[in-house]
Design a protein around this ligand. Structure first.
Ligand code: ARG
Length: 615
């Protein structure tokens, strides 16, 4: 087995053993969290607080501690406002039945701190965790903080190399990630940037944790709006020169048509007819549609190249055109669809109905999504399908997943809609012309230009910095939160930004370059004494595989961003405080520097961000 894999699991192994020891004492599963500040230890738990409040809950009155229900919370993202500790208790199973004889060990305890003390006493008594733990402290109202032993840290040192962080936790699992999915005949708007960037990062995280991934681009290339474009091309007699129309031209045609169709019933009918022709395979409609498709794809491909995005399967909605009949037939046969005012719908208990067929007999976005699921399950046999699509489509995906379940295609847990928040622009700064979306190419050009102004003279570096800045800004936000676009924040060299992390990486490389040391050789060092900067950096590096796992399991690349930003800050204060080259500790310090550089590089690469050697 790869040493790096061993290391990753080793981190989990130590964590799990402490969790087990704690669980045996309190009688329910406990999940340790990682405190934000190193001063609060390497792991922490609020189990005593949870347990105490359950024992003294107002409704139930004092009860046996084993009956407490542990609260679920996202591990690494929550922190206790009072002392900054991250804490979470997670119920992994049902608390075991209480037995009278056990009650005594917690009897007469009057505060959460007292309870914490008792838990610590019991955990230490077994001697089981001694090996891994240097110290256990009780903090604040009753947090229990664990500090890793030299031995545990030492074990990690040798593995902080190139494959640091990688694991095989997801071995044997195939995950299909659908992301990007822009609409043809429209320019790639900034609205699709989040899906593209987050989707790629999720895939990278899944791959790094041993999953097999499949990428799908569900292009919007079908539906009545193409009837409008074709109708307008025809009205303007551009039929013979469709190939020469740029995406911008197509967008203009669409907007023009819409403006007129607003007040013109006949035009709307014309668009419907053109779409019907397209669905019926009319050769002229088909030819024009394909030309439009080709033009759009080549523009998207240019952007994907620039953004370093690789989606191997591009099955747009049109691909499912001939795969919907069987879905409709299956829905009828299984009795889940019903006629309603000429249309055919699927009803749900707790949601509005979804339309399978419109009254004019054409299919819908919903129908195509069902056909896509059927195709994907059959073709790739994935264990999970993740849809990286904006939060404005939450209802749509709930309906699609529920219908798939009604069709007997899987459980609700086989599908995840990673609904990202939308990008907002501060008033006036960047207006969306005519209500159209902000064009991504324009934003990328501007990002690169601004990176040049930051001082990246080399064009390649300016690209890496500009694009990296944009990607990082997107990724550092929790996917679900709405984000407000800000150039100042995107490019801030002294804040939580892509350029800051790239700059820190380049700094590690420049130190190493000067010294002639290229590789981390931490294995040959003894873990340094308490509270040295080096020890803190090693403790922080030790958290990297855990950060990857948390980011992957919560589908939250922002957790990795947080980690990398903290690491960079820690390194920069070390760099400012200590002389590296020429000091008595030169070798150790260089080695720590190399490990930080390697880890920043590994982490940024998972986020899809390049790391120039010089900036
Ligand atoms: N093209 C759609 C849009 O831009 C997104 C597609 C999302 N994926 C899906 N399977 N429906 O809104």
């Amino acid at each position: 087995m790869d040493a790096a894999l061993g290391y990753n699991l080793e981190v989990e192994k130590i964590k799990r053993e402490i969790e087990e020891a704690l669980g045996a004492v309190v009688g329910t599963s406990v999940e340790l969290a990682v405190p934000e500040k190193l001063a609060h230890g390497d792991y922490t738990t609020n189990v005593a607080l949870q347990m105490f409040s359950q024992m003294h809950s107002a409704d139930g009155g004092p009860s046996h501690p084993r009956d407490f229900v542990a609260r679920r919370s996202a591990a690494a993202d929550q922190h206790n406002a009072e002392d900054g500790s991250v804490s979470a208790v997670r119920a992994r199973g049902k608390p075991s039945a209480s037995s009278a004889s056990d009650t005594s060990i917690f009897a007469g305890i009057t505060s959460p701190r007292g309870l914490a003390e008792k838990i610590v006493e019991e955990v230490s008594r077994g001697g089981k965790v001694k090996h891994y733990i240097k110290d256990i402290q009780i903090a604040g109202p009753g947090f229990i903080n664990f500090y890793l032993s030299d031995e545990a840290l030492q074990e990690g040192l040798g593995r902080m190399g190139e494959s640091f962080g990688r694991s095989d936790l997801g071995k044997g699992k195939t995950v299909l990630v659908e992301y990007s999915s822009p609409n043809i005949a429209k320019r790639f708007g900034i609205g699709h940037l989040r899906s593209t960037v987050i989707g790629q990062a999720l895939r990278n995280l899944l791959e790094d944790t041993g999953h097999t991934t499949i990428g799908e681009n569900h292009l919007g290339d079908w539906g009545t709006q193409f009837g409008m474009i074709l109708a307008q091309i025809d009205r303007k007699a551009l039929n013979e020169e469709v190939e020469t129309l740029s995406v911008e031209d197509l967008e203009t045609l669409y907007v023009e048509f819409n403006d007129c169709a607003d007040k013109d019933e006949e035009l709307r009918e014309l668009a419907k007819e053109w779409f019907k022709k397209l669905e019926a395979g009319d050769s002229e409609a088909r030819r024009m549609f394909e030309a439009v498709h080709k033009t759009s794809m080549s523009e998207f491909d240019t952007l994907y190249d620039l953004l370093d995005i690789h989606i191997e399967n591009s099955h747009g909605e049109s691909f499912y055109e001939d795969k919907m009949d069987v879905v409709i037939a299956e829905a009828r046969k299984k009795g889940i669809s019903k006629r309603s005012q000429g249309a055919e719908i699927v009803e749900f208990d707790d949601m509005p109905p979804a339309m399978l067929l419109k009254s004019d007999g054409t299919t819908t976005y919903f129908t195509r999504d069902l056909a896509a699921i059927k195709y994907r399950l059959k073709t790739y046999k994935p264990n999970l399908i993740i849809y990286e699509v904006g939060s404005d489509q939450i209802l749509h995906f709930k309906q699609v997943f529920a219908a798939a379940k009604m069709l007997g295609w899987g459980r609700m847990t086989d599908f995840v809609h990673m609904a990202h928040g939308l990008i907002r622009f501060p008033e006036g700064k960047m207006s969306t012309r005519l209500g159209r979306t902000v064009n991504l190419q324009d934003v990328l050009d501007k990002a690169i230009k601004k990176a040049r102004e930051l001082g990246s003279e080399n064009e390649e570096v300016a690209k890496m910095v500009g694009i990296g800045a944009l990607k990082y800004f997107d990724l550092k936000h929790k996917p679900t939160s709405e984000i407000v676009f800000s150039w100042d924040e995107i490019l801030a060299l002294d804040g939580n930004s892509g350029p800051y992390l790239q700059y820190t990486y380049a700094r590690t490389q420049s130190v190493l370059h000067k010294s002639g040391v290229a590789q981390a050789d931490l294995a040959s060092f003894k873990v340094p004494e308490d509270s040295t900067n080096e020890r803190d950096l090693i403790r922080y590096l030790y958290r990297y595989p855990g950060a990857i796992m948390a980011a992957q399991q919560n589908y939250s690349p922002n957790l990795l961003c947080n980690y990398l930003f903290e690491l960079a800050q820690l390194f920069n204060s070390f760099y400012n405080a200590e002389k590296i080259i020429g000091s008595g500790e030169e070798k150790l310090r260089l080695s720590v520097t190399a490990a930080v550089g390697q880890t920043l590089k590994n982490g940024l690469s998972l986020l899809g961000i390049s790391t120039p050697e010089k900036m």
